[in-house]
Write a protein that binds this ligand. Structure first.
Ligand code: MG
Length: 286
């Protein structure tokens, strides 16, 4: 079972209301309309099921982006998979000694099924499949041993990147190459940490038009989730709903021979074991 956001029509009016829902094969268990990431984080699955106010079928709702408000922060981690470092021929002695942190604007977020806009200003649009952590309790100076207690759940991210803007434009600051509109597909659902007890052993893959481009496992992460949370929160206060993209495995378009970048009409499908599939199609910006 996982958690999605959706819009449902109330019984008394035709006005749509937004809410969280528990998703199962039988349908959607709608949670109370005033629930937030913070209040959900305080409950376990059985408590959530008990407080469900209604059950609806998939055809009676429209799915929404995962957030009832935009996250305060989306943080990305660069160079965090051993196979991604290997494809860049980074020697062992040059592996990062601490997490490489960058940020993406919250305005980049789109949901499963929405369109990735290919900006006209780039000719090297790339995919990066990633396991994304959604913070629950947040906090500052979180210890590694307690870090998972601060996690709300996990989802799939595609850290879309304009490589030319990341690597050569804007004086090599990554922010613009990582933050153009629609550059962060997230979804399709948040899976609770109770369901994914071991996030460091998940098969993870990305295909473009059905061709597998990335295939790895989260055990290849250089810095694991508790280390990332501890490191980031030693510098920055993490808030409920903040998102950490944990890094991408090998196989990105830029390091293929020859490079293979995303083109209008391409469909990118990111899959993570126990979470699901995040699929988005690329369309030229108009
Ligand atoms: Mg990335």
């Amino acid at each position: 079972m996982s958690i999605v956001r959706c819009a449902v029509k109330s019984l008394t009016s035709s006005v749509e209301k937004q809410c969280w829902a528990l998703k199962s094969t039988a349908g959607l268990n709608i949670l109370p309309f005033d629930m937030t990431v913070e209040s959900i984080h305080k409950m376990n699955w059985s408590q959530m099921e008990k407080c469900a106010i209604d059950t609806v079928q998939f055809e009676d709702v429209s799915l929404l982006p995962l957030f009832d408000r935009r996250p305060d922060k989306i943080l990305g981690i660069g160079l965090n998979y051993r196979d991604h470092l290997e494809e860049q021929r980074v020697p062992l002695e040059k592996y990062p000694q601490e997490p490489v942190v960058f940020n993406k604007f919250a305005s980049t977020v789109i949901c499963h099924g929405e369109t990735i806009k290919h900006p006209t200003v780039t000719n090297s649009l790339d995919y990066e499949l990633e396991l994304a952590v959604i913070m629950g309790a947040g906090g500052r100076h979180i210890k590694e041993a307690k870090a998972i207690e601060h996690v709300f759940g996990y989802t799939i991210a595609n850290d879309i990147t304009a490589r030319d803007w990341q690597k050569t434009r804007n004086n090599k600051q990554w922010i613009l190459g990582k933050s153009m509109d629609t550059f962060c597909p997230l979804g399709p659902a948040i899976v609770s940490k109770e369901v994914i007890a071991e996030p460091h052993n998940l098969d993870i893959s990305c295909s473009v038009n059905g061709e597998v481009r990335q295939s790895s496992n989260t055990k290849m992460l250089l810095f694991k989730i508790p280390q990332l949370i501890s490191y980031i929160s030693s510098l920055i206060t993490l808030l409920p709903g903040d998102v950490i993209l944990t890094g991408t495995p090998g196989g990105v378009g830029a390091f293929r021979d020859p490079p293979q970048f995303l083109q209008p009409g391409d469909t990118v499908k990111c899959t993570i074991e126990h979470i699901g599939e995040l699929e988005n199609t690329v369309e030229m910006e108009t």
